[in-house]
Design a protein around this ligand. Sequence first.
Ligand code: RI2
Length: 328
Amino acid sequence: MEVPSEVLKIADDIKSMKIRGAGNIARAAAEALKTAAELYRGPADRRVFTEYIEKISSLILSTRPTAVSLPNAVLYVTSALENVGGGFEEARSTVIEVASKFIKETLEAYVKISEFGAKRLKDNSVVLTHCHSTAVVNVIVKAFKLNKVSKVYSTETRPVFQGRITVRELSKHGVPVVQIPDSAVRYVMHEVDHALVGADAVACNGALINKIGTSQIALSAKEARVNFYVVAETYKFSPETIIGELIPIEHRPPEELYPLEVLNEFKKTKFLNPVFDVTPPEYIDALITEIGVIPPQLASYVLFEKYGWALNKIKIRRMGKILVEDVD
Ligand code: RI2
């Protein structure tokens, strides 16, 4: 069974970062599985359909390696498929229903997160944020409507400049926002009350994996005794880290740093473009999730609660390959 062009497009858009942000990536993954099930034109045979969904899953998992929300979205849908009885029709409708449920639940999580997060900010706060996180924007907008935010510093976030999206979105809601180069974080930190960042992944020890530069911001916040909060839905917590896996850090091509014609002038220069970094739990004051505001030390508890059922058969998916199966 061929992969439908609509699904190939979603995969390409995630890879090229047309679709980006851990939450959007996860919803796009669920959407791809749902679309694939809807467009399936193969034989009405459960085994053939399951193989087809596995093929789609591998394709989606191969797009970007770091945001754990992506394998978690795939796990959510494929484990429901594994668990449902019946034949082809039940299998197909399960994929469609469960993928839609995932999308709905992840959107609903923003409501709770913004309520909890806004409560946590003090009145008249100056907030600093990095990159573009939909979850963070939701918290800031909610807090702003409650008159709790007086100014937001938003980093540009080189090399892809996602900070420009943040500025656009916050301005649309009337939030006073100041764009700064990434290197100006420490310069403004003395004015900041709370640093708020999103998450691509949270490890079982509470460490955060987020946009490159996040750990420097955490360091600077700690030095200035500024609260450093991570806004993260629990589907960004990584069950693989419980069985000792490390979260791979994506490296992207140097073309994101310089246009190709300029790069050609630097024949002997090497370029490094890591997209994410790791912030240790000691630098994090709290994780703002849809189930509450929790200390990073509770991450493993959340993981056992949320993914405990999956741990004895977890599939480690790295760039589309299933490396380990049935881990006891
Ligand atoms: P939301 C982004 O990664 C940023 O690192 C951001 O903090 C994180 O995803 C979470 O974003 P990228 O896709 O899910 O820009 O909160 O590489 O939108």
